[in-house]
Design a protein around this ligand. Structure first.
Ligand code: IPD
Ligand code: CA
Ligand code: CA
Length: 261
């Protein structure tokens, strides 16, 4: 069904993300917000980026499906080729002008991610991976950190504002980790936190209640950079899970962290 090879597809998708990433600089569009829930927002940047990318992908790969945050995904069949898109990961950051948001795009075939791209327009960093071909930031190879113990690590712990019923457990988990590592961080954009694990700025990132578009691209980028991504139970994250607790590490501290979850 896909006529372009994965290298050509990655190049086309990369150009698309760099182009659409410019919309994240618009404070006018970021100011046009609508609440989907008490702490869950969508801006005109989200809807415009999604629509532009949807139209471009339809031209690029006719027949491939699209799973994306700001649309109904009930008809998406994961057995075929599916683009998985988060048009703005870090919408709350975007609204507040806290310059850490990204576009995240993955291509999955039969439920397995083959391509992953995450573009942070503020840092002008494009993270990419193709299955079996390594991970890159702006074309340069990246690798996870060499931290061998939690005691030597910097960990990002997500608070997931959409799952407040799990806040007590999440903050207790954060405290257990904080007590055992250099410090904890929180960027507020799952995709960027996964990229930071991939390039060694963080040794680990974990968060409960994520959706497939938060982690589809990032989990391939981490894996191709030599790291490990599982759910909290140690199983491979699925794209059809409605919510998934994600643990991404440099591999070396994975089991030590998992035992604290
Ligand atoms: C959110 C961000 C945030 C995470 C939430 C996600 P959104 O994505 O990744 O860091 O805590 O769980 O939903 O809503 O900005 O696309
Ligand atoms: Ca997201
Ligand atoms: Ca989003």
């Amino acid at each position: 069904m896909l006529t372009l090879d994965s290298s050509a597809l990655l190049q086309e998708a990369a150009a698309l993300l760099r182009q659409q990433g410019q919309l994240l600089h618009s404070r006018t569009l970021a100011g046009q917000t609508r609440a989907k829930g008490k702490t869950d927002f969508v801006t005109a940047v989200d809807t415009r980026v999604q629509e532009n990318i949807r139209m471009a992908l339809e031209q690029l790969t006719p027949g491939a499906a699209l799973m994306a945050e700001e649309k109904d995904n009930a008809a998406v069949d994961l057995n075929g080729a599916v683009w998985v898109l988060d048009p703005v990961d870090g919408t709350t950051n975007l609204i507040h002008g806290f310059r850490h948001s990204a576009i995240s795009l993955a291509l999955a075939v039969e439920g397995r991610v083959e391509l992953g791209l995450i573009y942070d327009p503020y840092a002008d960093e494009l993270f990419t991976a193709r299955r079996g071909k390594g991970a890159f930031c702006n074309g340069e190879p990246i690798h996870v950190s060499g931290a061998a113990a939690l005691a030597d690590s910097l960990c990002s712990v997500g608070t997931n504002p959409g799952c407040r019923d799990q806040a007590d457990a999440a903050f207790a988990r954060m405290r257990r980790i904080y007590d055992r590592c250099h410090d904890v961080r929180r960027v507020g954009a799952a995709s960027i936190e996964l990229c930071y694990v991939a390039c060694g700025r963080l040794d680990a990132y974990l968060e409960h209640g994520l959706k497939p578009w938060d982690y589809a691209a990032g989990m391939l980028i981490v894996a191709e950079a030599g790291g490990r991504v599982t759910d909290f139970a140690g199983d491979a994250p699925l794209l059809d899970a409605s919510r998934c607790a994600i643990l991404a590490t440099n591999g070396q501290i994975h089991s030590e962290l998992q035992s604290l979850l």
